[in-house]
Write a protein that binds this ligand. Structure first.
Ligand code: PAF
Length: 332
C-alpha cells in the first residue's frame, strides 16, 4: 500500500469507527414463529402471521424481526407450544387441537355442533367467555393474545361417502390430539386415531388411516384432494385457533410493546378470518374442480349425528360446567 493510500485508509476507518460509536446499534429481537400450514398468501395461518409481522415491525420501527417456520417446520403443534413455554420458540399460531392439554377449559369450544355459525363463534370468543379463557394461559407459561379461526371442520376419507353416523362405523379416522374429538368419534362408532399433523399426509398415502377431518381452509391449502376421494360437509365442530407468544419474550418487553403485539394480533386474526370467509365461499367449488366427491349433510343428517352423540354430550356435561355451555349457546 502506498503512503497516500494508507493515509486515506486510516482516515476512512477512523471516520467509520467514529460514526459507528456515534450511532448506537439497533437492538433487534427475533421472533421465530412456527405454524402448521403454508406461508402467506397460501393459508389462513400464513396470512395472519404475515399481517402480525407487518404491523409489529412497522409500529416498533423494526426493533422486532419475524422469522417464519411454516408447514410444521418446527414440528407438530404440541411440540411447538412446548417450545413456546420453554422460550426456544417465540410465537405460534395453532389450532385448538392440543390446547385442551394445556388449559382444559379450551376444550369446551371443541364440543360438536356447539356453535350455530362463524358469527356466533366469533362473538363468543371475542366476548367475556373467550377472553376469560385466554387469561388462563398465563398460569401455564404461555401468553395467549387472541383467538383465531379455521372454520367448521368436515370429514374427508377414501372409503365411502357419508350420509349418517352408520357410514363412519369402523372408519380409521385421524383426529387431533384432543380428548373431546376423540370421545365424539368413539361415540359415533368410528375408529379414531389421534395423530400429530405432520404425520397425517403420509398415513393417508400409505392407507394406515382412511380419513381425517379439517376445515375447508386446511383441506384447500394443503391439497388434501391429492390423497382423499370423499369430502363430507359435516361442520361437526368449530375448533378455533390461537396466537400464542412466549412469556420469555413477553416479560422482557415494555408495556408499550406488549400493547403493540396484542393489538396487532387482533388485527392478524381479522386477516385470518377474512381468509376463512373467502375459502368458505369458494372452497367447495375448488375441491369439486380438483376432483373430490363432495356431499353436504342435510339438516336431518346433522340431527342424526347429534342424536348419536347423546352419550358423548353426557360426558361433556360432566367435564364442563353446564352453565358455561348454556351461556355459549345463549350468546346472540
Ligand atoms: O388438524 C390439525 O391438526 C389442525 O387443524 C392443523 C391442520 C394442524 C391446523 O392447525
Amino acid at each position: 500500500m502506498t503512503l497516500q493510500r494508507s493515509i486515506l485508509f486510516g482516515a476512512l476507518s477512523g471516520a467509520l469507527s467514529g460514526a459507528l460509536l456515534a450511532t448506537p446499534l439497533l437492538a433487534q429481537t427475533e421472533i421465530k414463529i412456527g405454524y402448521a400450514l403454508a406461508a402467506a398468501p397460501d393459508s389462513h395461518y400464513g396470512v395472519a402471521a404475515a399481517r402480525w409481522q407487518e404491523l409489529v415491525e412497522e409500529r416498533t420501527d423494526g426493533r422486532y424481526v419475524f422469522r417464519h417456520f411454516p408447514s410444521s417446520g418446527l414440528g407438530g403443534e404440541r411440540e411447538v407450544i412446548e417450545g413456546v413455554q420453554l422460550g426456544t420458540v417465540e410465537a405460534t399460531i395453532v389450532s385448538s387441537g392440543t390446547l385442551a392439554n394445556f388449559v382444559p377449559e379450551t376444550g369446551v369450544f371443541d364440543i360438536p355442533f356447539l356453535f350455530r355459525d362463524l358469527g356466533h363463534a366469533r362473538r363468543v370468543l371475542d366476548g367475556p367467555i373467550g377472553q376469560d379463557i385466554l387469561e388462563k394461559f398465563d398460569d401455564e407459561g404461555l401468553v395467549a393474545l387472541a383467538w383465531g379461526e379455521q372454520g367448521f371442520r368436515h370429514i374427508t376419507n377414501n372409503r365411502n361417502q357419508i350420509g349418517g353416523p352408520e357410514d363412519i362405523s369402523g372408519m380409521r379416522l385421524r383426529t387431533m390430539e384432543n380428548p373431546i374429538h376423540l370421545t365424539a368419534f368413539q361415540t359415533l362408532g368410528a375408529a379414531p386415531t389421534p395423530m400429530a399433523w405432520p404425520e397425517v399426509i403420509g398415513a393417508l398415502q400409505q392407507g394406515t388411516i382412511d380419513g381425517q377431518e379439517n376445515p375447508l381452509s386446511v383441506i384447500v391449502s394443503v391439497n388434501l384432494n391429492d390423497v382423499q376421494e370423499y369430502l363430507t360437509i359435516s361442520g361437526h365442530v368449530y375448533s378455533p385457533a390461537m396466537i400464542l407468544i412466549s412469556p420469555m419474550v413477553w416479560d422482557a418487553m415494555s408495556e408499550e410493546d406488549q400493547q403493540i403485539f396484542r393489538e396487532a394480533a387482533v388485527e392478524a386474526v381479522a386477516a385470518m378470518r377474512g381468509f376463512v370467509d373467502d375459502v368458505e365461499e369458494s372452497g367447495l367449488e375448488t375441491l369439486r374442480e380438483r376432483g373430490m366427491d363432495v356431499a353436504v349433510l342435510s339438516a336431518e343428517d346433522r340431527a342424526a349425528f347429534q342424536e348419536a352423540l347423546a352419550p358423548a354430550y353426557e360426558q361433556y356435561y360432566e367435564t364442563y360446567d353446564q352453565s358455561l355451555i348454556e351461556a355459549i349457546i345463549a350468546t346472540e
